[in-house]
Design a protein around this ligand. Structure first.
Ligand SMILES: *Cc1c(COP(=O)(O)O)cnc(C)c1O
Length: 357
């Protein structure tokens, strides 16, 4: 059976070129060869993220980076913005760690609002604010600039943690300008690589704070990475195929050009939104906060999503039917990473054929 082409928001479509770039001979993880590859990758990532912060390359899913963030920053308490499934899970983890944690709870489809963050941070109960930039479950992308203005001007001591798993490498995030202390992603979303590997950028502010927090363990302790970062190595034996993959993808990104890449994602998002509205459907996110990397469409027309899914599979495509409680009620179209406008148009045309019949 032919493997269906993925139009789901992770794992995303990986091209044959990327797969073959990844399947090379293993090399030693304490060798000059690997350091050269890592150095090149780090340089590419810093450029992509507009940052001079330290970069971590970790052979684990992004979920581990939720706890690493809080592990290295929370003394007093952590404020979580919860507006979908992923931010909800992060809050749950903080509760499992017994941190003092509170949440600002939004209905699904809503974005995080600055006023709410301000109100809660002004209580003085928190030293950390944690949020998801692009809520993959709802297709909502919150506004980092607005939040940055608040935090930089009014709460300069707060440590700002951002999950950008489904937006990093697909939308412009100027880390240093925004003042984000800790931000991470895994490779199976907008990076367009297989799953199981994460990228993180952290500031000196979180690092210095982290050093004063006792009991941070080993693998999720920022301090453990000090030596390997300086040597352009990884803490543990890395997934070497992912390093080759990152090197390849960063080269492709450089060829495409950063602004072109951001524009490509915006154009695909606009095309998808227009397509949905032209079909009498509704966008699930509140207006002005629609994601650039995926579009979540409220199924007003009550299309038979399960049937459409079967038809798509027959045609060689894997669609998304909606996350968890939204299944069939708000389905998603992913347009990130290795999906280009031509791929998207082809997908939407097939969608049209399926719903006509
Ligand atoms: C996919 C996703 C995650 C989880 O990533 P893993 O690599 O599977 O751990 C976390 N947050 C968001 C916003 C995601 O989209």
């Amino acid at each position: 059976m032919k493997v269906p082409k993925l139009f789901i928001p992770g794992p995303t479509h990986v091209t044959d070129e990327i797969l073959s770039a990844m399947s090379k001979k293993q090399i030693g993880h304490r060798t000059p060869e690997i350091s050269r590859i890592i150095e090149e990758i780090i340089e590419g990532i810093k450029n992509l993220l507009y940052t001079e912060n330290k970069i971590l390359l970790m052979s684990n899913p992004a979920s581990a980076l939720w706890e690493m963030g809080t592990n290295n920053s929370v003394n007093k308490g952590v404020l979580h913005a919860v507006n979908g499934a992923f931010s909800k899970k992060w809050l749950k983890i903080s509760k499992q760690y017994n941190y003092h944690s509170e949440s600002i709870d939004y209905d699904w489809g809503k974005a995080i609002k600055v006023e709410d963050i301000d109100k809660l941070l002004s209580t003085g109960k928190f030293d950390v604010f944690a949020m998801v930039h692009n809520e993959t479950s709802t297709g909502v992308m919150s506004n980092l600039e607005e939040i940055s203005n608040l935090l930089l001007n009014k709460y300069p001591d707060i440590i700002w943690l951002v999950d950008s798993v489904s937006s990093m490498a697909g939308t412009k995030i100027e880390i240093d300008k925004l003042g984000i202390d800790y931000i991470f992603s895994s490779t199976q979303k907008a990076w367009g690589l297989p799953a199981g590997f994460s990228v993180c950028a952290f500031s000196d502010k979180i690092y210095q704070k982290s050093k004063k927090i006792p009991g941070r363990g080993y693998y999720l302790n920022l301090e453990s990475y000090d030596k390997s970062i300086r040597k352009n190595q990884t803490l543990t034996t890395p997934s070497i195929p992912h390093l080759y993959g990152l090197k390849y993808v960063l080269k492709k990104i450089k060829e495409e050009g950063l602004e072109n890449r951001w524009d490509r994602h915006i154009s695909m998002a606009q095309t998808t939104r227009e397509w949905a509205l032209n079909h009498g459907q509704k966008l699930f996110p509140e207006k002005g906060y629609e994601s650039n990397t995926l579009t979540c469409i409220e199924n007003l027309k009550i299309w038979d999503i399960n049937n459409i899914n079967e038809k798509f599979l027959e045609r060689g495509f894997r669609m998304d039917r909606g996350y968890g409680i939204l299944r069939t009620k708000a389905f998603r179209i992913s347009h990130m990473g290795n999906i280009y406008m031509d791929d998207l148009i082809e997908y939407l045309e097939i969608f049209d054929e399926i719903i006509k019949n």
